[in-house]
Write a protein that binds this ligand. Structure first.
Ligand SMILES: [Zn+2]
Length: 75
């Protein structure tokens, strides 16, 4: 009787531990995907050729890689 309760406790402990690891893995994965998603500040839209490009270095004026024109960030 006692050994049965003990093995049941071990099984429950293992199950709870596995659920906790699974939840932590899902949470960290979601956090990673969130980090990978692009910040809308870095997405530029060219007003001359309507080309959409990404520039993470500039924050006010960016050069369009397609037509070479300067684009100012719309506010
Ligand atoms: Zn352009």
């Amino acid at each position: 009787m006692i050994s049965l309760d003990f093995s049941l406790a071990i099984a429950l402990y293992t199950f709870i531990f596995l659920v906790a690891v699974l939840l932590f893995w899902l949470f960290s994965r979601r956090q990673k995907e969130k980090d990978l998603s692009l910040d809308p500040r870095f997405i530029w839209f060219c007003s001359v050729c309507t080309y959409t490009f990404v520039n993470t270095k500039e924050d006010k004026i960016s050069v369009c890689p397609r037509c070479g024109s300067y684009n100012r960030k719309a506010e």
